[in-house]
Design a protein around this ligand. Structure first.
Ligand code: ADP
Ligand code: NI
Length: 220
C-alpha cells in the first residue's frame, strides 16, 4: 500500500502517540517520532514496503521506552498491541507491527538478527538515523544532561559491553556513547536508502568527535 498520511488509522495513531508522549524526555519525545516517521515514509517508498505497516510501526515504536519505565521491555509492545486491537487493522498487520516494535531497540547490539521483514528494516534504519548526524549529537548530550553525566572523562575508557544489562547499566561519560553505539550504527544499516543517508550522518559524528577531542586538549 502506498504512503497515505491522511489514512484515518494514521491520523488516529498520531493523536494517540502524542498523548502517550506528553512530557517525555526531549530525545524520545513526539518530535523524535515525527522525524523517524518522516524518514521511514521516505525510505519505505524507496524500498517499496507496505506503507501502512511502516507508518504505524514508526509512530508506535517508542510509546513506552523501557529506559523510562523501570526497564520493562514488554510495556511498549504490549501497549501498542492493546491499542491496535481496538482498531480495524487486520490481525496479520497488527502482529507484524508489534513484532517490529519488539525488535527495534539497539541495547548494545545484543538484539540483532532475531527478526526480519522489509518494513522492520525500514523503520529500524529510520530510528537509527535519528541517533546519528547533528540530531544524534543533540539527543545524546541532552540525554547525558538528563542523567547528569559528565561530558567526557579521559580516565574512563569506552568499552565493549559484555551483555545487554551491562550496556543498559552504564553510567559512562556522554562522549563514550559515540564509541559504544553511535559510530557503530552505520555498518548495521539494513536498507540501501538507509546506508546512503548513514554515510553523511556518520561523517558528521566523526568530525564532531575529532573536533571535541582536539578542543579538549587545547589543540584546535
Ligand atoms: P535503543 O532503545 O535503540 O537502545 P536508545 O533509546 O538507548 O536506543 O537510544 C536513543 C538515543 O538516546 C541515543 O541515540 C542517544 O542519543 C540517547 N542515549 C541513550 N543512551 C545513552 C547514553 N548512555 N548516553 C548518552 N545518550 C544516550
Ligand atoms: Ni526511537
Amino acid at each position: 500500500m502506498a504512503v497515505n498520511k491522511e489514512h484515518p488509522l494514521v491520523v488516529l495513531t498520531v493523536a494517540f502517540v502524542k498523548e502517550q508522549l506528553e512530557g517525555a524526555e526531549a530525545g524520545h519525545d513526539w518530535w523524535h517520532i515525527h522525524r523517524v516517521y518522516t524518514l521511514a515514509c521516505k525510505l519505505g517508498e524507496a524500498e517499496r514496503a507496505d506503507m501502512l505497516v511502516v507508518q504505524l510501526s514508526a509512530l508506535l515504536h517508542d510509546i513506552a521506552d523501557a529506559k523510562f519505565h523501570g526497564g520493562d521491555e514488554e510495556l511498549g509492545p504490549d501497549r501498542a498491541a492493546a491499542y491496535l486491537a481496538l482498531t480495524e487493522l487486520d490481525a496479520d498487520s497488527q502482529k507484524h507491527v508489534v513484532d517490529i516494535i519488539r525488535h527495534m531497540s539497539f541495547k548494545g547490539g545484543f538484539n540483532e538478527g532475531k527478526f526480519y521483514s522489509l518494513e522492520y528494516a525500514v523503520v529500524r534504519d529510520a530510528d537509527r538515523l535519528d541517533a546519528m548526524g547533528a540530531i544524534g549529537i543533540a539527543r545524546t548530550f541532552h540525554y547525558g544532561g538528563f542523567k547528569n553525566r559528565p561530558l567526557y572523562d579521559p580516565a574512563v575508557p569506552s568499552v565493549q559491553y559484555a551483555d545487554k544489562e551491562a550496556y543498559k547499566g552504564s553510567t559512562a561519560p556522554t562522549l563514550n556513547h559515540f564509541y559504544e553505539k553511535l559510530l557503530l550504527l552505520k555498518d548495521g544499516m539494513l536498507t540501501e536508502s538507509g546506508k546512503r543517508l548513514a554515510e553523511g550522518r556518520h561523517a558528521v559524528l566523526q568530525g564532531f568527535v575529532e573536533q571535541f577531542l582536539a578542543e579538549w586538549h587545547g589543540e584546535a
